[in-house]
Design a binder for this molecule. Sequence first.
Ligand code: HEM
Length: 432
Amino acid sequence: MFLYLLITLLVLLYYVITRKYNYWKDRKVPHKPPTFLLGNYGDMYLQKKSLGEILQDYCNEFPNEKFIGAFQATEPVLIPKDPEIIKLIVTKDFASFNGRLISDHIHKEPASSNLFSTYGDSWRVLRQNMSPLFSSAKMKNMFHLIDKCAHRFEEMLDRETQISNFLEVREYKHSGRNDFVDLVMSWKTSKQIVGDSIPNSKTREVKKVSLEATDNLLVAQCIVFFAAGFETSSTTLGYTLYEIAKSEEIQKRVLEEVDSYLARHDNKVNFDCISDLPYLDAVIDETLRYYPVLGMIPRELMEDYTMPDGTKLDKGMRVHVPVYYLHHNPEFYPEPEVFRPERFLREEKKKINPYVYLPFGEGPRFCIGMRFAKMQMMTGLITILKKYRLELADGMPKKLKFRALSGITRSIDGIMLKFIEREGWEKRVFAK
Ligand code: HEM
């Protein structure tokens, strides 16, 4: 009896695990046969490679396909490789692909009703209500906050970069800073936020939608702004400093640009620093190409859909946009393993197809904090480089390996650098 029960259970389990393994075969979409239970993402689960690298290897096995299929454990995944197909998914047919893979869980976990994770109409209402915060005028008004941070950072570096756990507690009232916290607090006062629905994919009809501004909704947005804004920018800064430390030539050019910028602006950093330091901006862009923080951008199909070649996909289909693969593809970036900021200077930058350069994503869901991130990274870099020259610490490898199982592209060894005081730094202390 027990044996029968065990066999039935095992058969049932086998069925549950493998029941979707013919998904791509049935649709004649190129794919590799999945490994039992692990699908095609085994190296991630076995902690051998990062997700970005797994997708890179997988995509490279299908050099001529515009999109391919795979299995993440037991679930089918669509991987778009061609820029036109990526454009279709993230921009043109965004109404169908507006989810982020976890729509089934949003209602179970309050923190996941945040702008990054949510989908459909609640995503659109949140996005519409938050976008004005990132307009040029608002960012210009907020720049004094970044400037203040730069002064603090300057002092902190002077004190040999001792880290202090500083926590500012703020009351539930408008602070007059017009920053993100003020915006979220204003929702609390008005008790709800109103916006438009996602346009219906067939009729293009748009309805008015309102969301109740519950404490959970507000907390969820604060969590995601900290998570999406802090870790991403600090990781990118780390890689940028590492690449500057590695190349004398790049470092020389960057330091000259920083010194000349400060000389022109009386030792003050301004809102327009991004356009005023084109080479350093190109170094950041190339860093984001070489080390995209998200090696894969997720989307979820929110309704049944037919691809241009007639392939029918079911609602709930996961989509993994293979950012790391695209950024390291010689077809789009000659000698992709060479770190060359010039790719992002002047005319060369204009040649890059936006759907193969995706450090901040694309389409209606692209990173809402992109310009803010650039502004704060640029200011941080100026603060460091005006005083210090960088060298790799002893034992630091010239090529980084990435951690498996980390959602973001992160170095296994960390990044250790020597900060060496530059001659004449006293001339470049920030004006008070
Ligand atoms: C170097 C820094 C950053 C990088 C590399 C980065 C990258 C990304 C990427 C790849 C996405 C997904 C885009 C897509 O699905 O098409 C994203 C979304 C997002 N980012 Fe950033 N980000 C950075 C900084 C920031 C900052 C500073 C903030 C906030 C101030 C922020 C807030 C968000 C939010 C809220 C989303 C979700 C947008 C949505 O789904 O509508 N990010 N980011």
